[in-house]
Design a binder for this molecule. Structure first.
Ligand code: F6R
Length: 241
């Protein structure tokens, strides 16, 4: 694991965007694994700036997102499809046919999970996977206790995750109770992993991910076993390292 400690959220976002931009420059048809949530918003903003300045093009880039809520349509303001369109896809020259998220409206969850795993394989694997970190140590929607061997699956969200995510919904009852998520195994298959962790509310979880035992109780701790992981954090998140 390589850990970069930046001063604040803005600096962390710039550093993360530079790593993604370098990946695209190195391999213009890179497969990027993408995350949603508050953390990567600054990174996406910087990537859009880099595109506008002509530093990078997304023309041949392919993307796969980590997760999507079950029961939300693509155009629902709270769906991750909507988030990705708002923060990145509609602002750069990516071919929308090359962007992929689980289908929250799929009729048969088991089939959707299998198709998503097949898709990951057909793309030849993820070159660079972006991750955020949950306050409880989750990655994707892999909550504490999720087996490390899990591939894409349907998750029952924990109360703490529903509460944390309710800030983006009008009321807590609107937060879906289930989501599709790439599993830990699917995430670990990525060639490189870039995790961004900012804010003091993540300090405890980050310390466990980096220094704690590798345990399914802290899903992110498995990253200690991946050969190419970069963690970018700010000073607040690094407080307990
Ligand atoms: C989002 C995802 C989640 C978030 C995590 C942190 O696609 O997979 O694991 O990365 O919940 O969320 P924020 O960044 O909102 O604190």
């Amino acid at each position: 694991m390589r850990i970069y400690k930046e001063k604040n959220y803005e600096e962390a976002s710039i550093r993360a965007a530079q790593i993604v931009a370098d990946q695209i420059k190195f391999k213009n048809d890179s497969v990027l694994g993408l995350a949603t949530g508050t953390t990567p918003i600054g990174m996406y903003k910087t990537l859009v700036e880099k595109y506008k300045e002509g530093e990078i093009t997304f023309q041949d880039v392919k993307t796969v997102n980590l997760d999507e809520y079950r029961g939300l349509a693509d155009d629902d303001k709270n769906s991750y499809h909507y988030f990705m369109n708002e923060n990145l896809f509609s602002k750069v020259d990516i071919d929308i046919a090359n962007t992929h998220l689980p289908n929250g409206m799929a009729n048969v969850p088991e089939e959707e999970c299998k198709e998503y795993e097949d898709l990951l394989k057909s793309l030849g694997g993820v070159d660079l996977q972006i991750l955020g970190l949950g306050g409880n140590g989750h990655i994707g929607f892999n909550e504490p206790g999720t087996p490390f061997t899990e591939t894409t699956h349907l998750v029952n969200l924990t109360d703490s995750t529903i509460k944390a995510n309710s800030r983006l919904f009008e009321k807590i009852e609107d937060v879906p109770k289930q989501a599709y998520s790439m599993g830990i195994k699917s995430i670990l298959d990525a060639k490189r992993i870039l995790m961004i962790v900012t804010g003091e509310s993540k300090a405890e979880a980050l310390a466990k991910v980096v220094k704690g035992p590798v345990t399914e109780d802290v899903p992110g701790s498995i990253l200690q076993r991946h050969r190419d992981v970069i963690i970018i954090c700010d000073e607040a998140a690094a407080a307990k390292l």
